[in-house]
Ligand binder design. Structure first.
Ligand SMILES: Cc1cc2nc3c(=O)[nH]c(=O)nc-3n(C[C@H](O)[C@H](O)[C@H](O)COP(=O)(O)O)c2cc1C
Length: 224
């Protein structure tokens, strides 16, 4: 049996805080699709480095370029302001070991705060953009703003698309695949998944990937 969920059925779910289903669609919690988690680095207007812990994204491209698509960058964030002003940013993938450091960059988030310092991160010079990336990141993507669209037209958040200009990848992470796709690799956000039995949203969880097999191994398995 399947549960049918329309855009009108938010009343089946309870917000954890007032206005939660305005800031996020209730579908976010009904579907609770895991999203990779990373830090966006930008520069504040005063030149201090800024970090934003971010999920909701996808990556892809063709011969004409490789693009980082980030839905839902909040219009009230420094990151949005910095990207719109400077037209550039870096995406930094770090392992879940750094989760508390990422949260520290949210707690201390003022204009006069060096957020690399508050997260105990080390800045590393980028190749194509002024914004520094993180030494602790196993992969950083230097991006130029390509597109800024307010998908819901509510003035709450924007989909920001960055054209990737350069990537820096830690060598031991590209020798084989184990590190990138294990507990020391990409980190994922499971955002308050809804329990429809009670209507409550559960805690946010943090996840990493478990590789199940190679393409040849998987395609040769007996069909279900
Ligand atoms: C797990 C997690 C994921 C987050 N994902 C996003 C996101 O995708 N977009 C966003 O705008 N804020 C997101 N946030 C909130 C920002 O990290 C937070 O508002 C931050 O302080 C913004 O920093 P800034 O004002 O320096 O840009 C997330 C927070 C957490 C804890």
């Amino acid at each position: 049996m399947k549960r049918e969920i329309s855009m009108d059925t938010a009343e089946l779910l309870y917000e954890n805080w007032q206005g939660q289903f305005d800031t996020f669609s209730h579908m976010e919690f009904a579907c609770a699709i895991p999203q990779s988690l990373f830090l966006i680095s930008t520069l504040k207007e005063n030149g201090l480095p800024n970090l934003c812990f971010h999920s909701w994204s996808c990556f892809g491209g063709d011969e004409g370029g490789y693009f980082a698509v980030m839905q839902n960058i909040s219009h009230t964030s420094h990151t949005y302001e910095n990207i719109v002003r400077d037209g550039e940013f870096c995406i930094n993938f770090i392992s879940a070991d750094y989760y508390p450091n990422c949260i520290a960059t949210i707690v201390d988030n003022s204009n006069d705060c060096d957020e690399f310092a508050s997260g105990h991160f080390t800045p590393e010079k980028s190749v194509k953009v002024k914004v520094p990336h993180l030494k602790q990141a196993f992969m950083s993507l230097e991006c130029q703003l390509a597109c800024n669209v307010d998908l819901s037209r509510k003035g709450i958040s924007s989909m920001i698309i960055g054209r990737v200009l350069h990537a820096s990848i830690e060598e031991k992470y590209i020798e084989g695949v184990d590190l990138r796709y294990g507990q020391q690799g990409f980190m994922f956000n499971i955002h308050e998944p809804a329990d429809f039995a009670t209507g409550q949203l559960k805690d946010t969880h943090v996840a990493a990937l478990e590789v199940l097999g190679s393409y040849p191994e998987m395609k040769n398995k007996p069909m279900k």
